[in-house]
Design a protein around this ligand. Structure first.
Ligand SMILES: NC(=O)C1=CN([C@@H]2O[C@H](COP(=O)(O)OP(=O)(O)OC[C@H]3O[C@@H](n4cnc5c(N)ncnc54)[C@H](O)[C@@H]3O)[C@@H](O)[C@H]2O)C=CC1
Ligand SMILES: CC(=O)[C@](C)(O)C(=O)O
Ligand SMILES: [Mg+2]
Ligand SMILES: [Mg+2]
Length: 336
């Protein structure tokens, strides 16, 4: 029994029978979509892949031996609809394709709570709405499953018309392989807000900014960019692998005493209360829904700021050096 975690669902707490006879339409074949379709098919479920266009995802699915079809086609006779198109695209596909064919007793399933929590999609009362949110990028969801395991998934129920929504969410999680690890329960509000906080404050936002700031600090003092790239950026994987397996103190125990002392004393000087105050400001912005409003507006206007920020990054010194150095690093990696 865990001491601090809530209920953790494992293999015997979930039964595929709750979704086994159902027709499942998965919409989208990107990072998560590919992993879900392949894992759920391998788990013996009835899955149809629905796509809007015969583009890259369509080709990729065919290469994987999956037969893609148009969204409308996949939705015919569907009992469960799983939304794995980008968060900003879901409301359009819901209103144009799903809503017109929605019948009482159908299920709407999400991998992230954004559209339901921020009310971009407002389903009728007579359907189930639940989530199975993998806490890992899509490729890991597939890779872990293929190797006989699974990544942890959070399940949450927003509407339980059938009275079986949690059982079905657990069954989907099991089909993804997640009960091999563990499945925790959450709410749409909690998952959406904490997911956004994590990715903005550190995983995606804070981390990138910190790596870049360290890189430039070193370069500005006259050191060569390739040294700065190795020390400030490339080695981060080795450190996060340690944290992933052994926790923060486990990582600290694996590095030298010199790194331990320097790290523990300087880290909190750099990431100080001032930084935490700004983190709180941006976390509050997520809670209030202001971030969602801003992102929806940016998307609706063509994501121009996003594209220009990505361009800047692609053209940065760190990425130029990184592209060359990574060739060397990856060449030396053990073969899988
Ligand atoms: N990327 C990840 O690892 C994670 C994603 N999620 C959630 O999973 C869901 C899917 O996200 P990803 O897999 O990252 O998406 P993605 O961007 O990798 O894939 C999107 C799929 O939708 C299609 N698509 C893109 N734009 C479209 C449009 N305008 N109209 C129709 N189809 C379009 C693409 O062709 C592709 O098949 C989201 O709710 C996301 O928040 C949750 C956990 C992790
Ligand atoms: C991979 C993941 O879980 C993220 C960072 O939350 C996302 O891609 O939205
Ligand atoms: Mg996430
Ligand atoms: Mg996210």
């Amino acid at each position: 029994m865990s001491k601090v975690l809530g209920k953790v669902y494992t293999e015997n707490d979930a039964d595929l029978k709750y979704v086994k006879e159902k027709n499942i339409a998965v919409l989208g074949y990107g990072s998560q979509g590919r992993a879900w379709v392949l894992n759920l098919l391998d788990s013996g479920l009835n899955v149809k892949l629905g796509l809007e266009r015969e583009g890259n995802s369509w080709k990729k699915a065919q290469e994987d031996g999956v037969k893609p079809m148009k969204t409308e086609e996949a939705l015919k006779g569907a009992d469960i609809v799983i939304f794995l198109v980008p968060d900003m695209v879901q409301r359009k596909i819901y209103s144009e394709k799903v809503k017109p064919v929605l019948k009482p007793g159908m299920d709407l399933v999400f991998a992230h709570g954004f559209n339901i929590h921020y009310k971009l999609i407002q389903p009728p009362e007579n359907v189930d709405v639940y989530m199975a949110a993998p806490k890992a990028p899509g490729p890991s969801v597939r890779e872990f499953f293929v190797k006989g395991g699974g990544v942890p998934v959070l399940v949450g129920v927003n509407q339980d018309y059938s009275g079986q929504a949690l059982q079905k969410a657990l069954a989907i999680a099991k089909g993804l392989g997640a009960t091999k690890a563990g499945v925790l329960e959450t709410t749409f509000k909690e998952e959406t807000e904490t997911d956004l906080m994590g990715e903005q404050l550190d995983l995606v936002g804070g981390l990138t900014a910190m790596l870049r700031a360290t890189f430039h600090t070193i370069v500005d003092l006259g050191y060569r960019p390739e040294m700065a790239y190795f020390e400030a950026i490339n080695e981060m994987k080795l450190i996060t692998d340690q944290i992933y397996e052994k926790g923060l103190s486990g990582m600290l125990r694996a590095v030298s005493d010199t790194a331990k002392y320097g790290g523990l004393t300087v880290g909190t000087y750099v990431i100080n209360d001032d930084v935490k105050k700004r983190m709180k400001e941006k976390a509050e912005r997520i809670k209030s829904g202001k971030f969602a409003d801003e992102w929806i507006e940016e998307y609706d206007e063509g994501s121009k700021n996003l594209a220009s920020l990505m361009d800047d990054l692609d053209n940065s010194l760190e990425e130029q050096v990184g592209r060359e150095l990574r060739e060397i690093v990856l060449r030396g990696q053990p073969k899988k």
